[in-house]
Design a protein around this ligand. Sequence first.
Ligand code: ATP
Length: 238
Amino acid sequence: MSLLVSDLSFSYGSKTALDGVSFSVGRGQFAALLGPNGAGKSTLFSLLTRLFVTQGGAISIAGHDLKAAPLAAMADLGVVFQQTTLDLDLTVRQNLRYFAALHGISGRDADNRIDTALDRLGMAERAGEKARGLNGGHRRRTEIARALLHDPKVLLLDEPTVGLDAPTRAGLTRHIHDLCTETGVTVLWATHLTDEVLDTDQVILLHRGKVLADGQCGNLRNKRPLPDYFAQMTGAPA
Ligand SMILES: Nc1ncnc2c1ncn2[C@@H]1O[C@H](COP(=O)(O)OP(=O)(O)OP(=O)(O)O)[C@@H](O)[C@H]1O
């Protein structure tokens, strides 16, 4: 399994945010972490990215236990945070070069990786543009390209389409699905938007800190529209 989460729990003081969360995602799988506001998605991402320290349970990334082998685990992890983290005064290529350098990648190797990543995201022609001049969708693509530079085996995206219009959202969602198929990268995509999920995707339905359902979307929804299934399971509108 590329991503393994076992019996994970986390509390903010007396407030339980995650309660015995377990799931696994296989290589090249697109998994949607679906949950209404307050379900615990951001807390889970904070634990997966080591912003928070795990209180109970375990996380394994590409076979590396996050606690026992944090550097190896993080080397196989790419992350796209909800808030943009680009330097708007730098060009797309400069933003990516800076990140590559942080990973010890420089020179021709860095440039080759940057070209490949930008090409994959349909951003090759924008390499010389300042990030400030890009629209929201292209900024997101730049961040995804950046997250792929070090060839991670697992890519986490925390509500990556927030603030984007419908066609841009659809394009980005399609791109990431293609990426799974073409490169074998494993994706965990947090969202509360059911139209970003395909029937062949794995759905991990999180609600009030617990996994309510985990399976292939088509099987879970069983011919019902996904928003109906989501609403029935969580009591929240999709
Ligand atoms: N710093 C904090 N202190 C106390 N409770 C918190 C804190 N951060 C989150 N919570 C609570 O923990 C639970 C899970 O929150 P979390 O932000 O992980 O959910 P989420 O699914 O990411 O929601 P959203 O989509 O609104 O970000 C919620 O009940 C939330 O109110």
